[in-house]
Design a protein around this ligand. Structure first.
Ligand code: IPE
Ligand code: IPE
Ligand code: MG
Length: 226
């Protein structure tokens, strides 16, 4: 059986889900966060070592201020409420994305969570916050230039991404019905198996995750060879 080390998820469709259920995009975001626990537990059960979750993109600043504020409030509350359960599960949290532009208190909360969970070994959750793949790649080049690296290589560029030393995802899932990557893990997903699901994120359950994994097992991965 092929091992699955890394699964990345574009958790799309919260707004539409909330609008449909309660006429409120905010309610969709709340339900999206509530859906995380089961997905994390299932990932641990499946012995997945890295779970990357796209929570806020560098483009999401274009949204109304009230929605952005609600999202960051959810993030604040999530870590406050869930830190002990994350410790119990053995989950290590790492934020990927441009932390500089995040609200100051959120920066403090996440650096604290990263520190507290640092030694946890069951699963690493990479939460993509203010994450943009193009910015990440540009930053990597900037660092290489600063270090006066002469031989620019795939390895060197990878080394300076937020995901350095983390294997590329075997599986990339996007819920919400659109067939696009929206600036997520463009470099790292070069050879990922892509799964685009119609279901909106709050409706994505263990059963759906399990189906993706079953399909993944049936795929012949070539990496260019035969
Ligand atoms: C994804 O859900 C979560 C974030 C981008 C924060 P959306 O908010 O994009 O939900 P839809 O796509 O509008 O339904
Ligand atoms: C992608 O969803 C970002 C996250 C899930 C955090 P978006 O809803 O922002 O993507 P677009 O704008 O529809 O491409
Ligand atoms: Mg969306």
């Amino acid at each position: 059986m092929k091992t699955i080390k890394h699964v990345a998820i574009i958790m799309d469709g919260n707004g539409r889900w909330g609008l449909k259920k309660r006429g409120s995009r905010h309610f969709g975001h709340l339900s999206g966060f509530r859906n995380l626990e089961n997905i994390v537990d299932f990932s641990i059960k499946k012995k997945i070592s890295y779970l990357t979750l796209f929570a806020f993109s560098t483009e999401n600043w274009k949204r109304p201020e009230s929605e952005i504020k609600y999202l960051f409030d959810l993030i604040r509350k999530y870590f406050k409420k869930k830190i002990s359960s994350l410790m119990e599960k053995g989950a290590r949290i790492k934020i990927i994305g441009n932390k500089n532009k995040l609200p100051k208190d959120v920066r403090k909360i996440i650096s604290n969570v990263e520190k507290i969970t640092k030694k946890n070994k069951k699963i690493q959750i990479l939460l993509a916050l203010n994450y943009g793949s193009k910015e990440e790649i540009v930053n990597s080049f900037k660092k290489l230039i600063k270090k006066k690296v002469k031989k620019v290589s795939v390895k060197q560029i990878s080394n300076y991404l937020y995901t350095s030393r983390i294997p590329d995802p075997e599986i990339l899932i996007r819920t919400g019905g659109y067939f696009r990557l929206s600036n997520f893990l463009l470099w790292q997903s070069a050879y990922s198996e892509l799964f685009f699901l119609k279901k909106l994120w709050p409706d994505f359950k263990e059963k759906d995750f399990s189906k993706v994994i079953q399909k993944y097992y049936k795929i012949k991965r070539n990496f260019g060879s035969l």
